[in-house]
Ligand binder design. Structure first.
Ligand SMILES: NC(=O)c1ccc[n+]([C@@H]2O[C@H](COP(=O)([O-])OP(=O)(O)OC[C@H]3O[C@@H](n4cnc5c(N)ncnc54)[C@H](OP(=O)(O)O)[C@@H]3O)[C@@H](O)[C@H]2O)c1
Length: 290
């Protein structure tokens, strides 16, 4: 779509990739509804983009929403409909790095909530409105790790693989309508998303990191050409293809990555496993002799 015709709802707008993407979209002539959790940051971002060029004023709006709360996802759908959006860019996300034993149940749920359930719910809420548009686009910011499972990223990969599956299925479901469904998979990118442990892992494994500006330009390109899927950087793009065709072929290629994941027993203690459900006594829950 030509950016000047686009009215884009952008989640994760206050993030490292989100800020650059907002500026790129607006600079190309689009109107953008910035979505984030901090009113102060959204308002500051909106002001800073407007001060770069006065003609941008009037094409920027912002809305606070916590995408971890289903009610707020639904409300955002209503606000985006009233604002007459025709493009939805899901860039909000949370990281998760570490050996599986070190991730507690609450973190697992939050990663799936923000990275997978929120974009699914927001897309569903906006679908009737998007179907009524002559042309519309839904762009999911996934990850190279939504195509390649790496040691240390099992939970994060599960969320981004899920998102890619959702996007692929929905793209086919909506084929023949005016709605394009797209998935953009950045590789590691220099934002605060990656803490010191991930940066050490990247350094140890020779993993390249892109600037958020490169991701923003890729998202702008995807808005313009409607490409169904796009991954960023070499060798990640090649690995995505190989892994897609013959996943087990690469199984032996990640020894260095495995060794670079902090050991779960490094500090001698694992986090307690949490569960919402009360644990039943062995007599009630099992017939296995002990
Ligand atoms: N950086 C990378 O290496 C990398 C690589 C591949 C893919 N990605 C993906 O790119 C996207 C953006 O990442 P980034 O690097 O820009 O990360 P970031 O700087 O940490 O930004 C993440 C954004 O997600 C928003 N968010 C988190 N939880 C939220 C919630 N409960 N409700 C609403 N918004 C929430 C944050 O909003 P607040 O400002 O309110 O906190 C923040 O703006 C993510 O989907 C990430 O998975 C990143």
């Amino acid at each position: 779509m030509n950016p000047s015709e686009a009215r884009i709802v952008l989640t994760g707008a206050n993030g490292g990739i989100g800020r650059e993407t907002a500026a790129a979209f607006i600079g190309a002539g689009a109107s953008v509804l910035l979505v984030g959790r901090s009113a102060a940051q959204l308002s500051a971002l909106s002001r800073s983009i407007q001060t770069t060029a006065r003609e941008h004023a009037g094409r920027i709006a912002w809305q606070v929403a916590d995408l971890g709360k289903a009610a707020q996802v639904g409300e955002l759908g209503g606000i985006a409909t009233e604002w007459r959006c025709n493009v939805l860019v899901h860039a909000a996300g949370v990281p998760c790095f570490g050996a599986l034993e070190t991730v507690d149940a609450e973190t697992m749920r939050r990663v799936l909530d923000i990275n997978l359930l929120a974009p699914m719910g927001l897309t569903q809420a906006l679908l009737p409105h998007l179907r009524a548009q002559a042309r519309a686009q839904v762009i999911f910011v996934g990850s190279a790790l939504g195509r390649i499972g790496l040691p240390g990223f099992s939970i994060y990969s599960a969320s981004k693989f899920g998102l890619r599956g959702f996007a692929e299925s929905l793209r086919r479901e909506l084929s023949g309508t005016g709605i394009r469904v797209q998935y953009v998979g950045p590789r590691s990118t220099r934002t605060t998303f990656n803490d010191a442990a991930v940066q050490a892992y990247n350094a140890a494994t020779g993993t390249a990191m892109d600037s958020p500006g490169r991701v923003a330009q890729t998202l702008l390109r995807s808005l313009q050409d409607g490409a169904a899927e796009r991954f960023i950087g070499f060798p990640e793009r090649l690995a995505v293809r190989i892994n897609g065709a013959v996943p087990t072929l690469l199984d032996g290629s990640f020894d260095k990555h495995r060794r670079s994941v902090p050991s779960p027993s490094a500090d001698g203690a694992l986090p307690a496993q949490r569960s919402d459900r009360p644990v039943a006594s062995p007599i009630e829950s099992s017939g296995v002799p002990r």
